[in-house]
Design a protein around this ligand. Structure first.
Ligand code: FES
Ligand code: FES
Length: 158
C-alpha cells in the first residue's frame, strides 16, 4: 500500500488537513471531501471542467497534485457562492442562460471570475479568448459569453 502524505491547505477559507497518496490530484482530493462541484472531465488538462482557483489563479486541478498544495488557498465553485447567495458571475450565468447541463459551468464561472478580476471591462473577443480553454458541449457559447459580459457590467457598476 502506498504511504500517505499529509498536506495542510485552505479550501474555501477553511483549513483542511488531507492525507493523500503522492499521486492524488487536487481534483480527486477535492471531490473526496465532498466538493463535487469541481468536475472530472477529460482528466488530462484539455477541457477545463476541473478548474479551481489556487491562490487566486485558475488551475486545472486534474494536473495539480494535492501534495503540492500545502499552505496554499484553494477556491472551488462552492466557495464562490451558494444557491441562496449567488456570486454576481453566477447570477449573470443564471440570468443569461449561460448553461444547459451545467457540467462545464463551475470551470467557466471560475475562469470568468479570474478574467474580471484582471480586466473588469473585457471586450467580447477578450471574453472568448479567456474562455477558450474551457469546453462546453451544450450551449454553443453564446449564452456563456453574454453572461460574462453581463457580469462585467455588474462588476463595474458595483
Ligand atoms: S478534467 Fe481537468 S482539464 Fe479536463
Ligand atoms: S452546459 Fe453542458 S457542457 Fe456546458
Amino acid at each position: 500500500m502506498t504511504a500517505l502524505i499529509e498536506t495542510a491547505l485552505s479550501v474555501n477559507g477553511e483549513r483542511r488537513i488531507l492525507d493523500v497518496e503522492p499521486r492524488t490530484t487536487l481534483l480527486d482530493a477535492l471531490r473526496g471531501i465532498g466538493l463535487t462541484g469541481t468536475h472530472a472531465g477529460c482528466e488530462h488538462g484539455a477541457c477545463g471542467a476541473c478548474t479551481v482557483l489556487l491562490d487566486g489563479e485558475t488551475v486545472r486541478s486534474c494536473l495539480v497534485l494535492a501534495g503540492q498544495c500545502g499552505g496554499r488557498e484553494v477556491t472551488t465553485i462552492e466557495g464562490l457562492g451558494t444557491p441562496d447567495a449567488l456570486h454576481p458571475v453566477m447570477e449573470s450565468f443564471r440570468r443569461c442562460h449561460g448553461l444547459q447541463c451545467g457540467f462545464c459551468t463551475p470551470g467557466m464561472v471560475l475562469t470568468a471570475v479570474e478574467l474580471l478580476d484582471e480586466n473588469p471591462s473585457p471586450t467580447e473577443a477578450e471574453v472568448r479568448e479567456a474562455l477558450s480553454g474551457n469546453i462546453c458541449r451544450c450551449t454553443g457559447y453564446a449564452g456563456i459569453v453574454a453572461a460574462v459580459l453581463d457580469a462585467s457590467s455588474s462588476v463595474v457598476s458595483e
